[in-house]
Write a protein that binds this ligand. Structure first.
Ligand SMILES: Nc1nc2c(ncn2[C@@H]2O[C@H](COP(=O)(O)OP(=O)(O)O)[C@@H](O)[C@H]2O)c(=O)[nH]1
Ligand SMILES: [Mg+2]
Length: 340
């Protein structure tokens, strides 16, 4: 007779009350599991995740949400490690959400980031979480937004969202954050840095990183060049002049100036009402997104609709005209006289 197999270790599933209690107590392990819950595609997890968010929503919104973008290798993670530790020193609780398009393919970059944020990750007052950016862009936006809200409910008052400044993710993150920082380095041409004018147009500050060693003079020159360039770009945030800073994430220099800039930004935009206006716009975007998603989900749930949709997808792939397929999709549904 064979030995009874040891039961594999399974974590006890948490219930809504467990999540609520843990998050309200600032328990990082529970917070991590809550983020996993909202990232899950399983319908029963999604239901629980929505209940959780609904309960916690009144306790969110109090953090300063900071987006950090820049091409791979610019030094974002290194900056976040030192900036994060600096903020913890100042008495803040810091959550880091890293959106990395490559992380869903290879776990290499996650490990890279983890080692780069070694000091920060060991601090009680920090929470670090790589966010998978697989799936649709809307999915990234939604999950990142919901992760931000969970972190806020858990008492984190500064949220840093790292994103690679190539592709669409930075537009998403701009729409989820209060302050958006673009990390650059000297000596790489615009093309090399993969920085499109569009990304510069979204930034609230530019930071020339790696201003150290032999790079110091070149960084100062780059700073002046970026200052000229940014004069011709209209700022994303009204009544805010986009500053160009220099820093060395590696040598921990320029971090205090960065924080002063962000604080000044927060003070100025809060007193002018721009801060709340932007948050309001972001809430409306969210509402719009949820409206679109739930309308679609409700429609597909009707008997036969999913099948009809898939059939028409197939027809379009085979060459059917998209407009004809759309007509067929809603055939017999428009009884509103205005449409007939
Ligand atoms: N000399 C110098 N190297 C840096 C600095 N910041 C980051 N690095 C290095 O640049 C590389 C990429 O850094 P990382 O933080 O992973 O960049 P990310 O891809 O933007 O997150 C690493 O080898 C870092 O050690 C800096 O301020 N000065
Ligand atoms: Mg990184």
């Amino acid at each position: 007779m064979s030995e009874p197999q040891p039961t594999p270790f399974r974590r006890r599933p948490l219930e809504l009350a467990d999540y609520l209690r843990g998050i309200r107590a600032g328990d990082r392990a529970v917070l991590a599991r809550a983020v996993t819950l909202i990232e899950s595609h399983a319908p029963r997890h999604q239901v629980l995740a929505q209940q959780l968010l609904k309960e916690l929503l009144p306790e969110t919104g109090k953090s300063l949400r900071i987006g950090i973008t820049g091409f791979p290798g610019a030094g974002k993670s290194t900056l976040i490690e030192n900036f994060g530790c600096y903020l913890v020193d100042q008495g803040h609780r810091v959550a880091v959400l890293a959106i990395d398009p490559s992380s869903s393919l290879s776990h290499g970059s996650i490990l890279g980031d983890k080692t780069r944020m070694e000091r920060l990750s060991q601090l009680e007052q920090s929470f670090i979480r790589p966010s998978p950016s697989s799936g649709a862009l809307g999915g990234v936006a939604r999950k990142t937004r919901e992760s931000i809200l969970l972190c806020e409910a858990a008492g984190f008052d500064v949220i840093l969202v790292e994103t690679v400044g190539v592709g669409q993710n930075e537009i998403t993150v701009r729409g989820l954050t209060d302050f958006f920082l673009l990390v650059l380095i000297a000596g790489a041409g615009d093309e090399l840095q993969g920085i499109k004018r569009g990304v510069m147009e979204m930034a609230d500050a530019l930071l020339v990183n790696k201003a150290d060693g032999e790079n110091l003079t070149r960084s100062e020159r780059a700073k002046r060049e970026f200052e000229i360039t940014s004069k011709y770009i209209s700022p994303y945030t009204s009544d805010w002049k986009v500053p160009v800073l220099t820093a060395s994430a590696l040598e921990n220099k320029g971090i205090d100036t960065l924080w002063q800039t962000i604080q000044q930004f927060a003070e100025q935009t809060r007193s002018s009402g721009v801060f709340e206006a932007e948050r309001q716009r972001q809430r409306l975007d969210w509402f719009e997104q949820l409206f679109n998603e739930s309308l679609r989900a409700r429609w597909l749930m009707q008997p036969g609709h999913q099948q009809r949709f898939e059939q028409l997808q197939h027809d379009v792939a085979e060459g059917a005209l998209v407009m004809d397929a759309l007509d067929k999709l809603f055939e017999g549904e428009t009884d509103d006289p205005a449409f007939t």
